[in-house]
Every structure is written in C-alpha cells, then in structure tokens.
Design a protein around this ligand. Structure first.
Ligand code: NOJ
Length: 553
C-alpha cells in the first residue's frame, strides 16, 4: 500500500533543535526558534527536515538516550510547540522526519528503573539480562576506546544487562512482543502529531538477536515489514529511513525483495567510497560502490550524504584506502575517533576550498538517491576540535555576526559557537551569505533548485560512462526517455576527456543545465569536454528538436 513516493526525489535537511535557534534566550535551541527559521529553510528549497532526538532525555548521548518517548525535552519547549512547528512546516510544504531511537533507552527510563528494581516487573523482560558475565562481554563495542564493555553489572538487579552502545543505554529486548507493540505505539503517536516518518537509529541492532548465549548476530528482518505495514496503515506516505551501515549483499534484506520493508537506507557504502574519491582523485571504487548498491526495489531509495552528526566511519574501506582518507582529511589523532573515523565537518576537511566543496556537494546531489544535507553545511560551517568526541561537529548554527552567531541571546550557549579563524561566526554566517550572490549559501540554493529539476537522478537507471580518466566520473541517468549526464573532475588540475554519451535515440546534444550552453558530438559520436580543476557539469542529453519540445533550451 503506497500513496506517494515523495522520498524518491527529495532534499532532506538534518538539524538538531538544541543547536539551531534559541527563541527564549536560555542558551538552548527550541521549537519556537526553529519555527522562526522555517521560512529560511523553505527558501533554501528543502523538502523534508530530519530532526535529531528531542524527546525527554538526560542528554548523555545528545538525546540518543530517551527517558520518555511521548514527550519532548522541556528545554526545547512543549508538545504544543512541537505541533505548531509541524503545522508550520506543513504549511510550507516541508515534511518532518524524526529520529526513532528504540534499540535502547536511557538507564533513567522508568521501564529500566522498574526492570532493575523488581524481578517480577513486567518490564524486566523488556531488557536483556544475564546472571553471569557473558564470555563475549568485551566484544562488539560501538565506541571502542571509550566504551569498555557491552555487559554491565547492575547492583540493584544483581544481573548483567546488555548494551550495544554506552553503559547508560540498556538495549531493549526487541524480541519481546510487548516491546514491539510499544515501538508501533511510539510511531503512531508521532504520526498523529504531524510527522511523515522516522530516521530509525541503529536498525541492524534493533533487529539483532540479543542475549548472553547469542554467538552469531542473526537478524529478525521480518520485524521491518511489520514496522512498515503499521506505518502505512496509519499514514500511507510515511517512511522509515534506516541507519544501517551494512555490506551491500544485505541491502535487499532491509529494503525487502519486493520493497515491502524499509523505504530508505543511508548509503554508507557510497559515502566511504565518495570520501576516498575526494581524497585520492580516483573514481573507480566509487563507481564500484554505486554498482554494488544499484539493486533495489523500484520504490526504495538511498539517502546520500557526506557528513552527518557522527564520525565519518571509514570501517568498510580497505586498509590502504582508509589510510589515504585519514592522511588527506584527518591526519592528526585529535581529528580521529573510535579507531575508525574522522570527526571533522566537511568544510575544514577540504580546507574551506570553495572548488572542492562545490565538487563534493555536486556529487552528493547527483549520486543515485536522495541527498541529505546537514545544518550549517549550506554555509560551510567548521568544527571545534577542543570539544569531546562528536560534539566538535555539533556546534550552534551561525546566523549572523551578532554575539554567539545570533543563535542565542544568552551568555552561555549549550555548546560554544565557533568563533575566530576562517570558520568563525564573525564572518561565516547566514546573514552575510544571504547578501552575497556568490556565497556558498546562494550557490547551494541554486544547486537544490537544479536537483529538483532533475528527477531522473532519483528515478532513473544510472550508467557510468568510460571517460578514459580514472579521476573523471561521468554518470548518465535514463528515465522515461530522458537522459541526464553529470560529470565530475576529481583532479586538482583541468582535464580534457572524451566519451560517448551513448543515448542516440533522441540525438547526442549536451545541454549544460546551469547555463544552457550546448555542444554536439563529433562525427564518431564522441564528446570532448574540458573541465576545470575540481570542475563539474550537469547536462541534458538529446536532440535539438526533442529538447526544444521539452523546453529545455
Ligand atoms: C547512532 C547515532 O547516530 C549516534 O549518534 C548514537 O550515539 C548511536 N546511534 C546510539 O543511539
């Protein structure tokens, strides 16, 4: 049962209420502040907002440790403010997705408190216990170097409890039908309050078998179908976007062979190859990753991203490739995290080089899938490596040159706003970039408009073309008799390449979507293209008559 496939071609913008805009001056972002910025987001042209966790929480993992799934953290406002916000977003045609963190709760959650205090409590079996310390307690940590174990002894329960993440995030026993029913209830609740779906946290762990005797991580994929079915019964066009960093051969298990499980997944495979391509000027592993993740049901879609709120996880690259990315983008120990990733924002990784930033975002917006942009990236925000772990890339939005970047009137923002240096709010902020027609912000707005005019990317078949240069990536998308070609030069020098665009049916003219310039193939059907250093171009492909009819030129 599918009503609308809006997510096949959308631009998603991820933000944290806490650090976006503070309206009441207490130093913490809130829903009223976010509400005031809705016109800014509508102007940018995004289709959906993904809100990071905002439910009641002791905030030991930035809200990924929930104490009440049916309420919001009072620092951000009230449920009333939330509904005002979803209504305001709806008025502007913007959908809202929210984080759904149900692999675990906070250890302060009343369910866990009752479970540990009373062996006869119905909540005891909502968590995963063991009388003895399991043999594998020192394995499977998600935050190596910081997290010591996956089983912690609880004095009150006199048992060990399982936690895939930090010890204050006890795993829910998702095999328990009551827990499953509660997950559906949580989804149903937020759907009623106006959201269009969920970014589901840690999906492979949600569906994994959990327990002291579990040797192999077997998964209950069937659960995913039940989540989807329930959602669609309640609201036909609502979706689940899965955080699932898995190998390509598992993808279909998450999407469902017939597209009957989750609608979207983040493409971690392409993400890592993309960073390798940017670091090495070698597009071959990226093409491989695009091909390895090509197969998906027609109604399923990838979320394509560059950086998110976590570290850039390079765990799936080969050793040599990983070393190359570290060398280029995170050479110092302080830039790295959990032995597998880089914790910086994109702009500082690329030395704030506008050409490289445009190249990276042009790629992100033109790889097969739906682009997911992180707040602040549209103005090229930096990071603060003096902050612990992933907080360095979670600093408040830089709105203006006013104190604290116009984020808050309080003297103590929840996290310090980046000040001084090339990424300081004093000169890197929204107000300044709005006034400058050449700013990254205005460029991003144009890129978003262009992406929305090219639905072929979300819907079409993607064919890599041979350019004869491993550092030049050319992808053609074919959909409903239309073809679009995107070309990216990963080299730091200009290059000339030649290729066969290879559509033929309507002719072989290339029309640059940005400036309308056209070029035809030579007598052998080959195009020659001169690309600037880190240059990129998006084309429509076809014959003159055909493109005129479509009003493309
Ligand atoms: C993945 C989230 O992206 C991350 O920020 C969080 O720490 C873990 N899941 C645990 O919820």
């Amino acid at each position: 049962m599918i009503n609308d496939l809006w997510y096949k071609n959308a631009v998603i913008y991820c933000l944290s209420v806490e650090t976006f805009m503070d309206a009441n001056g207490d130093g913490v972002g809130d829903f009223q502040g976010l509400q005031r910025r809705l016109d800014y987001l509508a102007g940018l042209g995004i289709d959906a907002i993904w809100l990071m966790p905002f439910q009641a929480s002791p905030q030991r993992d930035d809200g990924y440790d929930v104490t009440d799934y049916y309420n919001i953290d009072p620092r951000y406002g009230t449920l009333g403010d939330f509904v005002e916000f979803t209504h305001g977003a709806k008025q502007r045609g913007i959908r809202v997705l929210i984080d759904l963190v149900v692999n675990h709760t906070s250890d302060h959650h009343p369910w866990f408190q009752q479970a540990r205090s009373d062996p006869n409590s119905v909540y005891r079996d909502w968590y995963v216990w063991s009388g003895k310390k399991p043999a594998n307690a020192d394995e499977g940590m998600v935050f190596p170097g910081i997290q010591k174990t996956t089983w912690t002894y609880d004095e009150k329960a006199r048992q060990y409890y399982f936690h895939r993440f930090y010890e204050f995030q006890p795993d829910l026993n998702t095999a328990n039908p009551h827990v499953q029913a509660e997950i559906l209830k949580i989804m149903g609740f937020w759907i009623q309050l106006g959201v269009s779906g969920f970014r589901m946290d840690a999906v492979p762990f949600v569906i994994a078998e959990k327990g002291a005797d579990v040797k192999r991580l077997s998964k209950r994929y069937e659960m995913l179908r039940r989540f989807r079915e329930f959602l669609q019964w309640r609201l036909g066009d609502s979706i689940i976007l899965a955080e699932a960093n898995v190998v390509p051969k598992e993808n279909l298990k998450y999407f469902g062979e017939d597209g009957d499980r989750l609608q979207m997944m983040f493409n971690f495979h392409v993400n890592q190859a993309l960073f390798y391509a940017l670091a090495s000027s070698d597009a071959r592993p990226l093409i491989k990753a695009v091909e390895a993740t090509r197969e998906r049901p027609a109604t399923a879609q990838w979320g394509i991203f560059l950086r998110n709120h976590d570290e850039l996880d390079l765990g799936r690259l080969g050793e040599k490739q990983r070393r190359k990315v570290f060398e280029e983008f995170g050479p110092d120990k302080g830039m790295q995290l959990y032995d597998r990733g880089i914790r910086r924002r994109l702009a500082p990784m690329l030395d704030g080089d506008r050409r490289r930033l445009e190249l990276a975002y042009s790629l992100m917006f033109s790889l097969p899938g739906t682009p997911v942009l992180r707040y602040g990236d549209e103005i090229g925000m930096g990071d603060d490596l003096s902050l612990p772990e992933r907080n360095c890339a979670r600093t408040p939005m830089q709105w203006s040159a006013e104190p604290h970047g116009g984020f808050t009137k309080s003297r103590r923002p929840v996290l310090p706003v980046i000040s001084g240096g090339p990424f300081g709010f004093e000169h890197l902020n929204v107000a300044q970039q709005r006034r400058d027609p050449d700013s990254l912000l205005n460029w991003m707005e144009r890129l978003i408009r262009m992406r929305k005019e090219v639905p072929e990317i979300g819907w079409g078949d993607c064919v890599p073309l041979n350019t004869g240069d491993d550092g030049v990536l050319a992808l053609r998308y074919d959909w409903r008799n239309n073809s679009v070609l995107v070309v990216h030069n990963l080299h730091s020098r200009p290059v000339e390449v030649s290729f066969v665009a290879g559509v033929g049916e309507h002719g072989n003219l290339l029309i640059d979507i940005a400036d309308g310039a056209s070029s035809d193939a030579d007598a052998n059907g080959r195009h020659r293209l001169l690309l600037d250093a880190y240059g990129y171009q998006w084309f429509r492909v076809g014959g003159l008559d055909y493109l005129l009819r479509r009003r493309e030129i």
